[in-house]
Structure formats: C-alpha cells, structure tokens
Design a protein around this ligand. Structure first.
Ligand code: F6R
Length: 608
C-alpha cells in the first residue's frame, strides 16, 4: 500500500526521495508527494497519478531542502486527488501516513469544535492538526508526537517533519512497517529496506508501538510506553537486489519466468534430494502425531496456496485441515485447542488481516508457523516458526512466483507432517520427493507454450466473462486463474469446482463464454472430462489446459488446447500455474492494461 520515505541529508533530498519512492511503486499507489524544509519552512509538491507526474512538478518547481519526507498514497479516505495527496502540511509540520486512523471521525469532530479547519477528505489530516494542537500548547515536536500517538486508533506508520527543526525527523509505527536506515551523517526512514537500499544496508526495524526521533547522527527509539528502547541494527540483503525487469516488459513476466529457478531454490532448502526425503530447515513447533487438525489462514493468492495444501495435508498426513480467509477468521471467534498448529501464509508478511489472525491464534494458545517471503516482515518476526519461501522480492502486484514457492514449501511440509504421523511410508516419501524435484524442469517445459498462450489470449481479451473449472488440487488453481485474470485484465472471471457446474453456473454457458478447464491426468480426470462434455453440449468455448490424455478423453471440439508435459499428478498445480498465469498476463497485455500496477490494487495490504 502507501510508501513512506524520509531523509535527513547533506544535499537536497527531493530527488533521492522520489528515487526511493520508485522502489516502493510496486506496493500500488494513486498519487504522490514530497515536502522538504527550506530555510526552516516546509515546502511541498504533490501530484495525482504516477511518480512521473510528481517528477514533472519538481522539474518545474524544484525543492532545495536537505530534510524531507515523501509518500506514495493508495487512497483509503478520499479520492486520489492532489489535495488529498500526502504530505499534509499545517500548523508548522508535515506528515505522511500509511494505514488507517480508525477514530479519525471523532478526532476530526473534536478538533473542528476547537476551531480547526480541514481541507482534505483524508483521515491523515487529523494527525497533523492533533500534533499542531499540542505544539501550540507549548510542547516540543517530540513531546507533541508522544502525546498524539496514544490518541490514534488503527494500524499505521507515520513520518513527521517540523518547521524550524532542520535536523529532526520523527517516525512512528503501529501495525504498518517502518524502518530506519543509518547513513554516514545522514538518516533515513522507509516503509521497507528495499526503499532504503540505495542509501544504506544498515537498518533498524521499529517494533509495533515504537516511535523514533532521528537527527543526522542519532536515532532515539521509544517503545509504546515511551521508554527508551534499544532496537538492533541489522545488515540487509536488499541492496544487492536491483529493481529491474531484466529483458522483460513487466515485472510480472520476469517473475513468471523466474519460477523454475526460485521454486528449485526453495525446494532445495526443504528437501534432501539425494536421500529422497524432506528435511525441514526448522523444528516443527508441534509433534505432528499429537495434533488432530491444522488451521490455515491467509488472503488472496496465499489463501489459494493454502487451499491446495489442504488437499495435500489431508491426503499425505491424514490430518483434517480448516482453512479460512484471514478477514473472516480474525473476527469469527473460532475456538482453537491449546497447542494445536496454525499455519499462516503471506508473501509480504505484512497483510493486516493475516497478521491479526496470527495474533488471534497465538492468543488461543496455538503454535504458529508462517510461510512468508519477506524474512524481516512482522509476521515472520511474530510467528513461532518461519518457513521461508525463497522467491526473492516480488514486485508485480499479481502474485506469481511467491504462489508457486508457497506451494513448494507447503508440499514439503505436508510430506514431513505425513512422515511424522506415520501416514506415509518411506517409499512413498521418496516417490513424492522425486516428483517435487521434477517440478522446476516441468515448469520450464510449460513455459515453452508461451507463444501459443499469447495467441489464445487474443480471444480471451474480447470476453466479458470467463469461467475457470478444475477438480481436486486443480480447483484452487481454477480460483487462482480467475483471480489473476480479473485483477490484471479487469475481465470478470469466476473459478468453480468442476463438479459444482450443474448446481448453478452451467446456466451461464453459451457461445460467448470462454471456459478454461484445468485438467491434469489425476484421479479426477474422468469426472472433469464429463464436465467438459457438458460445457461443449451447451456451445461453451473450451480452452483445455491438460496433457495429451486429457485432450483425447475430452473428445470434443476445443477452442484452444495448451498441451502440458506428462507428469505425476500430485504436484501438477505447481506446473499448471504457469499457463494459468501466462494466460492472464498476455490477456492483460493485449488489452493494454497496467499489468504490474493494476488499478485499485496494492501489493502489501496493510489495512483491513
Ligand atoms: C493476488 C495477490 C493477492 C495477495 C494477497 C495476500 O495476485 O497478490 O491476492 O495474495 O493480498 O498478500 P500476502 O501474500 O502478501 O499476504
């Protein structure tokens, strides 16, 4: 979601702030702004839309200050207009904000009653006025922030700049991430280490409830109770990573193509390939033989990885699995046994609903394991055990390589838990591990269908609705296919369990409705084929993603056939994800959509 950058520098900082904001573009935003202190006075430039609009403003009217804050805003309260864009400046200070101030209405009413005037529709403006109110009462900037924070409810990160204080930047964190970058006679604030990577590789993460007062050569951290706090400095890897698309047109294309490599890397972390066994790089926080169910909680694509894992865990480990989307789970008051296992899945490790679910499960006495891609994220820090996905930074808003790496981790976990429960024999484990080892090669093979998929996407781009069908582990992938297509092409799409077709959706089938059928050769193939015939009988336009056997058995006229390599069925979703992602990608590209930053979407959803 929103991105925050702050710099106390030794030369004009506006250009560096914008460069750093570009590294946060992937999070999704719809306006941007920067403010600096020039001769002790706050001056700002803001613009609707992309950072290039802000750059144009800055080119016309440069900012010369050596201290500044910048922001990319993903609108929550109020339209993405210039007026609503951050930084908000009033009362001798400027503030940028990520997240939501939940009690902004009551604060706004209170401040209006005191005579304050509001000029924006945002929740953020109350923060500026609240701090300003304390400054007017004679408090120092530090004291004013300290007095303001306890008044704010919600999940947020904030950065402040104060007129007349050229050597001061204050940051605060409650729920949304914020990091301090330590430089040589310079200091930085940023939403993540990636944003700060061009300046420094020495980072301190604020803990929840912390705030920090920065000068060019000091960083004073305070905890939620206002006590001085020691927070460790860590070296990050982020600087090694170049935010670059390589030879690809979009990050999403690059990330789809990286999958054989990153899935291979992730599997190598979890498998003892020569012994044909899973070797988890951590101890499970529970005895698998002693638990009677697993709860899985996640959002979006990560949830669909979890839904696939439900099939694997029930089959390989003979363990019941409950799975829920985090936004429902966190408020459902689900009774949970003490010492059971909750698995949360998150690429960013910052998704607000998933984090709240993790905390709920911990509060119920559950042991928690988090499958996360960002090792320094809040979820990674708060869970009992981290199961890392080694996908590398995922920049495209639509999750691709993180999804298949999540599947790689969850498949390994299911086998390990199955072994721990005595539910699978060593020969079965060796066979399954052998199948997993083959997955990256099969993904690379599936990539070869790209030009054919690109031509199929021309048909798809003219549709107004698309149906995806699958059974067994192809069902979550059907849901994922529909999610991918709608989020980047804006074509309405639905995923269904193929067997549900005649319980309603079959009514939609006509000659205008493309139906994407995901049909690996597994134990459900025969049944999926019957559903294909039902669609064909009603004139539906079928695109079959399957192997030669599936095409032969379907024995109907197909609008398109994506020929997949032969493979053992268990882990087919990891391989079949490739054409599913490519179909969405090429359809969106054909339609001229902004694939990496689709409208209204954010990469890291740090608000509910
Ligand atoms: C879809 C997508 C989202 C995320 C969801 C959870 O392509 O990317 O549905 O999967 O917002 O995000 P994380 O995994 O960061 O918790």
């Amino acid at each position: 979601m929103c991105g925050i950058v702050g710099i106390l520098g030794r030369e004009p900082v506006a250009r560096h702030i914008v460069e750093s904001l570009k590294r946060l573009e992937y999070r999704g935003y719809d306006s941007a702004g920067v403010a600096t202190l020039e001769g002790g006075v706050i001056t700002r430039r803001r613009a609707e839309g992309k950072l290039r609009n802000l750059e144009a403003r800055l080119a016309e009217a440069p900012l010369a200050g050596l201290a500044g804050i910048g922001h990319t805003r993903w609108a929550t309260h109020g339209k993405p207009t210039e007026v609503n864009a951050h930084p908000h400046a009033s009362d001798g200070l400027a503030v940028v904000h990520n997240g939501i101030i939940e009690n902004f209405r009551e604060l706004r009413a209170e401040l209006t009653a005191k005579g304050q005037t509001f000029t924006t529709e945002t929740d953020t403006e109350v923060v500026a006025h609240l701090v300003g109110d304390f400054l007017r009462q004679g408090l120092s900037p530090r004291e004013a922030v300290a007095a303001t924070l306890p008044r704010l409810k919600g999940a947020f990160a904030l950065a402040f700049l104060f007129e007349g204080h050229d050597d001061l930047l204050i940051g605060a964190r409650q729920g949304a991430p914020l990091a301090v970058g330590h430089g040589e006679g310079e200091m930085y604030l940023g939403s993540d280490a990636l944003a700060l990577a061009p300046f420094t590789d020495t980072i301190t993460y604020l803990e929840d409830g912390d705030w920090v007062a920065l000068t060019r050569d000091s960083a004073e951290f305070r905890d939620v109770a206002g006590r001085l706090a020691n927070r460790p400095r860590i070296k990050t890897q982020a600087s090694a990573f170049l935010v670059d698309k390589g030879n690809h047109r979009h990050f999403m294309a690059k990330e789809i193509h990286e999958q054989p490599e990153v899935v291979g890397r992730t599997l190598a972390h979890y498998l003892d390939m020569s012994a044909g066994r899973v070797r988890l790089p951590f101890d499970l926080p529970v005895d698998p033989a002693a638990i009677d169910r697993i709860s899985i909680v996640a959002c979006g694509t990560a949830y669909l990885a979890g839904l696939t894992a439900k099939y694997w865990l029930e089959r390989f480990a003979r363990l019941p699995v409950e799975i829920d989307v985090a936004s429902e789970f966190r408020y459902r008051e689900a009774p949970m046994s003490r010492d059971g296992l909750t698995v949360v899945i998150s690429q960013s490790g910052e998704t607000a609903d998933t984090l709240a679910s993790l905390r709920y499960a911990k509060g119920q006495g559950q042991k928690t394991l988090a499958v996360v891609n960002v090792a320094t994220s809040t979820i990674a820090r708060e869970c009992d055990v981290v199961a890392p996905t080694l996908a590398g930074p995922e920049i495209g808003v639509a999750s691709t390589k993180a999804f298949t790496c999540q599947l790689a981790v969850l498949a390994s976990l299911a086998i390990a838990i199955g072994r721990g429960r005595g539910a699978i024999a060593p020969e079965t484990e060796a066979r399954l591990v052998g199948d997993l080892i083959g997955v990256p090669g099969l993904m690379a093979e599936a990539m070869k269908r790209e030009s054919q998929i690109a031509s199929l996407s021309h048909h798809l781009s003219r549709a107004s609705d698309v149906l995806y069908l699958g059974r067994g582990t192809a069902f979550p992938l059907a849901l994922e296919g529909a999610l991918k297509l709608k989020e980047i092409s804006y074509i309405h799409a639905e995923g269904y369990a193929a067997g549900e077709l005649k319980h309603g959706p079959i009514a939609l089938i006509d000659e205008n409705m493309p139906v994407i059928v995901i049909a690996p050769s597994d134990q459900w193939l025969e049944k999926t084929v019957s559903n294909v015939q039902e669609v064909a009988a009603r004139g539906g336009r079928i695109v079959l993603i399957g192997d030669r056997k599936a095409a032969d058995e379907a024995a109907v006229t197909l609008d398109g056939f994506v020929a997949m390599p032969d493979m053992a069925p268990e882990f087919a979703p990891m391989v079949y994800a490739v054409p599913v992602q490519m179909l969405a990608y090429h359809t969106a590209v054909t339609m001229g959509k902004d694939v990496d930053q689709p409208r209204n979407l954010a990469k890291s959803v740090t608000v509910e």
